[in-house]
Design a protein around this ligand. Structure first.
Ligand code: 26W
Length: 701
């Protein structure tokens, strides 16, 4: 196809969707028309792939996750489809600069951090590798808050992503489902079988919106299905006509609340009813959709484990286990044992955190009142597990391993007991969950536990984010690494090639200059591209130890104050971090960093040598700008606490050396890159654990 072809498509979209022509259309309309053209191309490709998948009867991957941090899509889709140049020309021919259009797209913040970004990278990877994959999540009206710094402090503003993000979504009004919340369970006998029926429940309608996620070369396409909630048969016209407007609207707004906003916390569960409703809403709608499709294709639900892998990303969608049991038993007539076999063999669970305050536990009363039938099933799973443990003399493990304990439902234990595969996200983390978090359950199910170290979509984080470096790598080793990252090993033969190293230095400097320019344009602040860029970008959390980094910078500051002529490598310390709204300590650290930033900018004796910059509203788009410009990557979590980390991989791949503790995937990175590229320091995870134990023991006296 030539660029004229795409130009024609864009013009037709402008006319068909906006009654506009290139001369009358606003830039925003051109942005939307361009996205719609790409969306059509991806849908057509997906339809072709579907025929192939059905013909071959391939097993499908379903990825359930409360968060998908996909980042902007226009640039990514053009790149993956290999259409950047054609669209650049097509748009130029109607007087539009493609680079300018990119900024019309908001960065959809449908996630908090690592977990959500990992989910998005998986969709790209699965599409590239030709796996038929579908992600399921919630179409939050508002994603993670937009962060503004006012008087050095974080202020949270609503994230308005829909006006520009909605173009990517295809509403599937023919594929909606009902989800029941609350009410009570009635039992009766029917044809000699006990039947369960949930009565008096609030009925929420789940309406799917599909987003196509392209893989490399545009051959594979994954689908991200986002559910929007509304009240089923929402509007009571009779009540409305009687003038009772408030009651008529209330059901609507209560149901809509479910997909209103993403919970902005990634450090502790809050036990809130709305969050539980969100989780069940996601799980129930997704499983109904999976089952309906499976029956359409294969007829027989016994084949589910062969044809579907349902993945629960952390415990947030763990209600998938009792919900699949409910659907199999109550709606499809299976007995307990068969339903349990199908469920366990279909579901797999990834653990992403060992922080005890993040391990979800729901009050039994809440689960019972909100999800009465699900609660019955959970207690039966627990009863059978308990009986089994007692029968084989392992009753002693129940305090740590039972699902129901202390009037709470422990979601992590439910996830382990109801899945055939459980993994951590780095070797160290997978060992910690085996030997610590799930020690007792591991003794019961040793074969279920495995490790899957996280990864990143290097096409986004290297090829797109750092085009100059990617072009140079192409020159050195060809472009095979785009599909197979292990080909990057071929670069090893250039480690002492002076010309190549010089060129790498130039590229880094170009990227630093571009970032400094961007900062100047956005904030008016000037940073020196010739100083060393030392970067810590991640959620603000005590275990990630931004405060320790700040204390180091303060000590440099004091040294320079004492001796302004001290020989010192000029450094710019760059932070990007959002803190959960209620996390007071984390917010104070943000304030400290911003105060320090002001101080280092103000003090003429210091600022040429030492600067601190806090970038507001850190998100995927900002990461794409900053990572290529980074030289030192701060990965300094308390050993044993960071499950994997993924910015460590992105920064290393863009040529930053790591300053890090022996934690998460740093361990495996260190093995690959050697000590010359990573300065590792601090206690190991087991040493840190020993210190904790000593502290705990001494606290007894
Ligand atoms: C219930 C509140 C809540 C919300 C989110 C608790 C925990 C979470 C996530 C599981 C936290 C998270 O994002 N974990 C991160 O997952 C990344 C992807 O595996 C890892 O790289 C990070 O190390 C881990 O902190």
């Amino acid at each position: 196809m030539t660029y004229e072809y795409y130009r024609q498509l864009i013009i037709e979209k402008l006319s068909g969707s906006f009654a506009a022509s290139p001369s009358t259309a606003s830039k925003e309309q051109v942005y939307k028309a361009t996205c719609l053209v790409l969306r059509d191309i991806l849908i057509a490709q997906k339809q072709r792939n579907n025929m192939e998948i059905e013909k071959k009867g391939l097993k499908r991957v379903y990825y359930l996750c409360m968060e998908f941090l996909v980042g902007r899509s226009l640039k990514n889709n053009l790149f993956n489809l290999g259409l950047t140049d054609d669209f650049d020309k097509a748009l130029a021919s109607i007087g539009i600069d493609l680079d300018e259009l990119y900024d019309y797209e908001a960065d959809p913040g449908l996630g908090n951090g690592g977990l959500g970004r990992l989910a998005a990278c998986f969709m790209d990877s699965l599409a590239t590798l030709g796996y038929p994959a579908m992600g399921f999540s919630i179409r939050y009206d508002y994603g993670l808050f937009r962060q503004k710094i006012v008087e050095n402090m974080q202020v949270e503003l609503p994230d308005l992503w829909l006006p520009s993000g909605e173009v990517w979504m295809l509403p599937r009004s023919d594929k909606n489902f009902k989800v029941l919340l609350g009410g009570y369970v009635e039992t009766h006998m029917e044809n000699g079988k006990l039947r369960f029926e949930q009565k008096g429940a609030e009925v929420v309608e789940a309406m799917p919106y599909d987003v196509m996620i392209s893989g490399a070369d545009g051959k594979g396409v994954s689908v991200l299905r986002l559910w929007k909630a509304s009240a089923y048969r929402s509007f009571d016209m009779q009540k409305f006509s009687r003038g009772d407007y408030f009651t008529a609207m209330r059901a609507d707004s209560e149901a809509e609340l479910i997909s209103k906003v993403l919970y902005p916390s990634d450090d502790h569960y809050e036990g809130k009813q709305l969050r539980l409703s969100q989780q069940y809403f996601l799980v129930s709608a997704s499983l109904q959709s999976i089952i309906k499709d499976h029956i359409k294709w294969y007829g027989d639900l016994k084949l589910l484990p062969q044809k579907a892998a349902i993945h629960i990303n952390d415990t947030h969608p763990a209600l998938a286990i009792p919900e699949l049991m409910r659907l199999l038993m109550d709606e499809h007539g299976f007995g307990w044992d068969d339903a349990w076999d199908i469920t366990v063999n279909t579901i797999a669970y990834t653990n992403h955190t060992v922080l005890s305050e993040a391990l979800e536990k729901w009050d039994i009363e809440l689960v019972q009142s909100r999800l009465p039938r699900i609660y019955m099933i959970i207690s039966e799973i627990d009863r059978r597990f308990t009986a089994q443990m007692n029968a084989c003399g392992k009753g002693g493990i129940l305090p740590s391993s039972a699902i129901l304990w202390d009037r709470q439902v422990r979601m992590a234990n439910l996830s382990v007991i109801g899945s055939h595969s459980i993994n951590g996200v780095s070797e160290l983390h997978s060992n910690i969950i085996k030997n610590n978090v799930f020690k007792d359950l591991y003794s019961v199910f040793p074969d279920r536990f495995t490790n899957v170290t996280n990864g990143i979509a290097h096409r986004r984080w290297l090829c797109q984010a750092n085009p100059e470096l990617a072009a140079f790598i192409n020159e050195l080793i060809g472009d095979g690494y785009k599909l197979d990252a292990s080909e990057l090993d071929k670069l090893e033969k250039f480690t002492s090639d002076k010309t190549a190293l010089k060129r790498l230095g130039e590229i880094k400097l170009d990227n630093k200059k571009a970032f400094a320019q961007f900062i100047k344009k956005e904030t008016g602040e000037e940073i020196d591209p010739y100083s060393r860029f030392d970067v810590q970008i991640k959620r603000l959390h005590e275990y990630k130890r931004q405060l320790m980094n700040v204390l180091k910078i303060i000590s440099y500051y004091l040294e320079l104050k004492d001796d302004p002529n001290k020989s010192f490598t000029p450094q710019t310390f760059i932070f990007g971090a959002k803190a959960a709204g209620g996390y007071a300590h984390a917010k104070r650290v943000i304030m400290l960093i911003n105060c320090l930033a002001k101080e280092t900018a103000r003090d003429a004796a210091i600022r040429d040598k030492l600067r601190v910059l806090f970038v507001e509203n850190y998100n995927v788009t900002l990461a794409e700008r900053l990572i290529p410009a980074s030289e030192v990557s701060e990965q300094i979590s308390l050993a044993g606490k960071e499950a994997s980390g993924t910015s460590n991989m992105k920064l290393m791949m863009n040529g930053a050396i790591t300053l890090g503790t022996v934690d998460g995937a740093n361990v495996e990175i260190l093995e690959r890159v050697g000590r010359e590229n990573m300065f590792a320091f601090g206690l190991t995870a087991s040493e840190a654990q020993r210190v904790w134990n000593e502290v705990d023991a001494s606290a007894l006296y």
